[in-house]
Each structure stands twice: as structure tokens, then as C-alpha cells.
Ligand binder design. Sequence first.
Ligand code: C2E
Ligand code: CA
Ligand code: CA
Length: 654
Amino acid sequence: MAGDKHLTRLRDLYAHHTRTDKLSERVKHTLVRTLYTQPASLAIGAINGIASTFIAAWAANLNVLYGGCVILTVIAIARLAAAIRLSPDEGKTSTRTLEVIYEVGAFSYAFVLGLIAALTLLTQAGVAIEVLMVTNAACYGVGICARNAGRPQIAMGQLFLTCLPIMAASLWIGTLPFIALFFTMLLLFPAMMSITFNVFKVLRDSISAAETSAELAEKMQRLARTDVVTGLANRAGLNHAMVETMAAVNEDTRIAVIWIDLDRFKEVNDLLGHPVGDRVLIEVSRRLREVTPEGSTIARFGGDEFIVCCPIVDRKHSEKIASEIHAEIMRPIRIEGDRLEVRASLGVALLPEDGTDADALIQNADQALYHAKIGGRSQTRFFDQSMTRDLVRRREIEGELRAAIQRDELSIFFQPIVDLQTGKIRTFEALVRWFHPEKGELRPDEFIPVAEESGVIVTLGNWITAQAARACAKWPEDVTIAVNLSPLQIKAPGAALGILSALRDANLDPSRLELEVTESLFVEDNHATASFIEDLSNEGVRFALDDFGTGYSSLAYINTFPFKKIKVDRSFVSGPNVGQKSDAIIRAVAEMGSRLGMDIVAEGLETIEQVQAVREAGCNLGQGYYFSRAVPDYLAAMLLAQERATLEQQRRIA
Ligand code: C2E
Ligand code: CA
Ligand code: CA
């Protein structure tokens, strides 16, 4: 659809530029300019004419020729002065005026020169003098015709005016040689006319072709810098604009680079389709244009990212702009009666404090955006130097992660998931830990995203599953193991086979493995995901939907995929958002779960009050520090042994 529009635009452009039937004003201007180029040739012609006339006057001792000499000199000086004063490049004088001024000078000079030649004939000034002046006039007429072919009527007019008096004089004298001279000159007209017009056409066509291709090239370049969907600048357009902006920077200039990322835009695209996605992008661009100050560059980058580069007064001003942008994007968007809520994360970097060149500013805005996203999304973050340290740390982690697996610096800890009615441990969730020799204990939140970015997650994930399965194989048969899977791991080729072979190696029944996945997995409709879940479900492996309530919370996924368990995110149990609303959500999810025969786990239980609340709301399982933190395998085994002993004791007492 957008491609069609693009084509139509190109076609119009082409049609417009192939219309060369009428001389465009610019082509005409260029041609008139050729009249004024090389005034030296004009001067040489004039000096020659004047000198010859003077010699003729002196040789023939004719006053009328002296008079002609004076008139020629006056005209020549006036023309030279005009040529120097009216430089056509400055564009102050209109094309028409330039042309008329030239015409008056040229015609009068030509006519006077022709008259002088005619006079030498009529006065019978002498053969040599007549030859000199007739040749002079004829050569001038022919030569000027070629020189001024850019304006053919001037060229032909000049030829006509130089020849006319000589031809008239020839007829007047009437002898045979002069009649022959008359016809010779007469023949000059058709000959010179055809030559002049040919030269003119070639000149005109090549000038207008050059103009057309220059304009086309400019338009193409503009299109190449424009995003087709939104009409904003694209990456190339932003680069171009930034280069221009940075070139004009002085010490008073202050600029904000604001990098905007729409949160979960992929979900809009996948659930509602690309046409709706496009309309959201168009609406967002419209709003961005509205709230950004004049002189801003707004660009759209791959998919759902935008960059605004705007002039600002001070930091406060940039904060105001960023918060206006944020508010505008969050305002619900109406599309065909549907109300859509879009959220965005913003990262901001300022010139000069956060960078003095375009690359540094963009990179630092990206850093700030990254922190806005990991800080929980829908936030605005301004760049600060600690973010660079974070980046360095991330790079270090990336470099060391592969080696860490081999060096045995990683281990798996286990956190129990407990039956809220009986207090019995039903499952252990495997949580990876990295004990770094220098950096100390690293949190998975810090290195799992790095592992995902760098692709190490596949190796790491396989290793975690293998370790977890091995530990679980040592526990009583009714205790299961839950392993977190990253979407990237699942999309890797042979993912299901890898998991089944880990189970076989550990000699663990597939029904004792539970895989925890998050909604982000389903955001992209992916055949690999569906068949991964199906293959493993058929083998008896179970699936749990993790962090429920933090994402799109679409019940569609629960219906489509065979989940046995829903884990309600800990933000519903503790934190600022807990209240009546979260309680109602837990109740609704729990009710749905029990109807569908699913387990509902409340995550992050830290106090007895929380345990009571979620149990009352209908959750049947719980996990959190109230029961136990994640512990090493030997402690997990000990917890299980203790539990058995207590149960045994209770049974004996009973
Ligand atoms: P998650 O899957 O939601 O795991 C639960 C996290 O909540 C764990 O953090 C756990 O230690 C923490 N937690 C448990 N009970 C409480 C509580 O009562 N209060 C509080 N404040 N926190 C509690 P952890 O181990 O730092 O893991 C963080 C996240 O890292 C996990 O979130 C999971 O998404 C990811 N992760 C951890 N291990 C793995 C792994 O082996 N593979 C993959 N792909 N991701 C992992
Ligand atoms: Ca989990
Ligand atoms: Ca979770």
C-alpha cells in the first residue's frame, strides 16, 4: 500500500520533469546568461570595429566615418559598462531586463557597423577601404550569430542589421558585382538561420536535461531520506540532518536528542495486524510533530523507535519537552472505534554535557533508553555517566560469560513452591547464580539479558536444564522441577530435542519437568514456538506461564497453549500497586485457573499476611522468602528430608 503511494509519487515526478516543451524560466535564464559570458570577446570585436573605422576614416579622410567611429565607441563603452554592472549571476536583474539591455546595445552596434560599411560603398571611399569595412561588417554579423545562438532572435537580428545597409547600398549602386554581393549576403540568412537554430536547440536541450536530472536527483535524495510510512526522516535522513545541525553548532547551542521506543508495539502489530500498526505509527508521528519545538528533526528508526533532535534552552526545557512527548504518546489512540493505549520509554542525551558529536549523543540517548526499559518501561531517563560504566560492565559480562560456564562459576539454586493448604513442597524453581571471582555474586537479571543479547543463552540454558534435571532425579517422585526458559532458547533449532536429551541423561521422567515461559514468547507468532510446546507436551513436559500480569495479560494464550500453571507476578502481592484492584485480578485469575484445572502460584510471598491474602483469594500455590529463598542443591535436599521427617512424625503421632 505504502509502496504504491511511493510509485505514484515517482511517476508524477517523472511526468513533471519530462515536460520540456515550454522553455522553463530557469533554462531561459541560463541561455540569456550566455550572452553576458566572456565580455572580453565583445571588447575585442568592438575594438576591432572601432579601429577599422578609424583607419578607414583616416585613409579616406571622410568626416562622416569619423562620426561613425565616435558613435561605435560610445555604444561599445555603454555595452561594456552594462555587462560589468549587470552581472547575471547575482540574480538582481530580471532575465527579461538583461535580454532587452543586451538587445538594444547589440542591435545598435550592428546597425551602425553595417551603415559605416554601406557609407564606404556609397562614397566610393576606395577599394581597400570598402573591402576592409564590408568584410568587417560581414564577419561581425556571422561571428556574432554563432556567439549568440543561445538567443536566436538576437543573433539573427544582429546579422540582419549589419547586412541590411550593405545590401541596400549594393542595390543602389546596381552594378553586376554589387548585385552579386547583394545575393551573397542574402544567402547568408537561410544558412545562418539553420546553423543558429541547430546550435540553439542543442544548447537548450542539454541545459534543460541537466536541470531535470539535477532536480530529479534532489527529489530522489529527499525520498531516500524519508520514511515511507510516516513521512518522517529515516535513519539516513536523521544522519544528514544531524551532520548539518552539528556543523552549525557554537558554544551557545544546546540540543536534546530524545530516543523514543514504543513499549510492546510488536504486540499491537501481531494482535491487530500491520495496517493498524502503521496507523498507530502515523498517529504517533503526528503527535510528535505537534509537541516538538520548531526546528526539530524527527526520525523513525526500524519499527517502533523514533528519534527527536531538537534545539533547547536548558535542561529544564528538555525535561518539559520529554514529558510532553511522553504524555502525548500515552493519550489513547482511536482507530476504527478501537481505543488503543500505547506506552513509550524515552532516553535523552544533551549537547554539550553528554556528548559533542552526533554519534556520541545518539549512543548516549540509546544508553539512557536502555536504562528506561530495564527500569520497568514507560519511563524517561536522562543520560548520566554511570550508564557508560554499566555499558562497560555489560561488555565485560558478555566477554566472561562463556568462560564462566567452563570455570564452574555458575550454579543452580532452588526455591521451593509450596502448597498453600498443606505447606508441602510441590516444586523447586531452578534459579541460576553466578559467583564471579572478582565481581562477587551477579544477579540473573544482570547477566541473563546479556546472555540473550549475545546468544550465549542457548548454551547456558541447556546447561541449566541438565543441572536442574540431575538434581530433581534425586528427589522424591512427587516433587517436580521448574526451569525458566528464555524465548531465544526456544526458537533455537533443536530446542525440544535438547531438553528431551537432558531428561534422558538425568534419567528424569518428562512429567517431572515444568518449563516456565513468559508472554513475550507469544508476541511474535512463531511456528517454532507452537511446535516446541506441542512436542514437549506430548512427551509429558508441563508448561507454566510466568510473571502473569506484567505483560499484555492476554487470556488468549492461556486458551491456545496447554498451560498447567499460572504464576501471578510478585507485583500483585507486594509493592506500590497492591490493593483492591490487584486483589480482584488475583481472584479472577484464580477462579479461571481452578475451572480450567490449572495451578495458580502467587510469587514473592514475604509475610504471613500475604500468604493468607493470596490463599483467601484462591491461589493454591505460593513461592517467596516467607517459605524460603533459593538455596543450593544440598539445602534443597535437606528441606525435603526435613519435610518427610515431620510428616512421618505427624503420622506416627496420629
Ligand atoms: P523469575 O522467574 O520471576 O524468578 C523469581 C525471582 O524472584 C527470583 O529472582 C527469586 O529469587 C525472586 N524471589 C523469590 N521470592 C521472592 C520474594 O519473596 N521477594 C522478592 N523480592 N523476590 C523473590 P532471581 O533469581 O534474581 O531471578 C530473576 C529472574 O531471572 C527470574 O525471574 C527469571 O526471569 C530470570 N532467571 C533466573 N534464573 C534463570 C534461568 O535459569 N534461566 C532463565 N532463562 N532465566 C532465569
Ligand atoms: Ca520463573
Ligand atoms: Ca516470575
